[in-house]
Write a protein that binds this ligand. Sequence first.
Ligand SMILES: Cc1cc2nc3c(=O)[nH]c(=O)nc-3n(C[C@H](O)[C@H](O)[C@H](O)COP(=O)(O)OP(=O)(O)OC[C@H]3O[C@@H](n4cnc5c(N)ncnc54)[C@H](O)[C@@H]3O)c2cc1C
Length: 264
Amino acid sequence: MEIVNYFKAKTIEEAYQKLNEDPSNLIIGGGAWLRLSSKIVNTAIDLEHVGLNQIKETKNSIEIDAYVTLREVEKNEALANLFSSIINKGISGIMGVALRNLVTVGGSIFGKYSFSDFITPLLAVNTEVEMYKAGRMALEDFLKLRTREKDILLKIIIKKEKVLGYYYKMKKTGLDFAVINVGVTKTNGYYKIVVGARPSLAAYATSAMEYINNQKVITPKVIEDTAQIVVEELKFGTNSKASKEYRIELTKVYVKRGLKEVTK
Ligand SMILES: Cc1cc2nc3c(=O)[nH]c(=O)nc-3n(C[C@H](O)[C@H](O)[C@H](O)COP(=O)(O)OP(=O)(O)OC[C@H]3O[C@@H](n4cnc5c(N)ncnc54)[C@H](O)[C@@H]3O)c2cc1C
């Protein structure tokens, strides 16, 4: 990436105005992913001084600003206590501490990376995003937006609930991207199942969720059937990391483990 001008915005409105001045202008988070691209950027807009650097706990939610680093999220105890550490655990499997000290929540969500170890556990709990212009919406809806509007991600909002959770990233080596990642939660008796890196972006297994949430008793057979529905309804593919068939087998195993874990 080549940056022609670097602009430290003082307010979010100033950042937004600058963003829309030129099609090649963009917001820079930690810059770790951007620097891998060959883009020529007229103006990179830095959000360090616009006041998006906090994790706030309110009565009903935990709000994490876009400029907070993934390392700060990983170390947050309230998230660990409420959500069985699945968000913290997802992040701790991303490269090394040096990278996690640099990369931001904004860059990690806005990039909609299909391999994301942050998005999968966030979908498994109740997460919303707040954009400067588009406003607030469920993370799931944000991920489905096809248009690439020039907007600024301000924060994510996670509903405070006591969640029993499971997260697993299958990777070939310690620092690698996921071959598959699976998040399973049970919140007030309701199950959610999310599978990412299939290799496409994380998604809910909605039919499997409907099936298991309609069962009175969760028997080993119900768990087995649920895992089968997951791999029948979601699309899997082959890439340099793994074949479609291998991903399907792994998903069945980790969904079953996740369901057993949260049903204990
Ligand atoms: C070598 C390497 C290995 C990695 N491995 C993994 C992995 O195994 N698992 C995993 O989950 N992740 C992995 N990542 C991704 C990483 O965790 C971050 O998600 C990624 O680097 C983006 O964060 P950033 O702060 O660097 O964003 P940047 O590179 O600064 O920005 C990324 C995109 O988001 C936009 N953006 C940034 N902030 C905002 C905002 N507030 N509003 C609107 N747009 C914004 C930018 O314009 C750009 O388009 C890896 C990254 C690298 C470089």
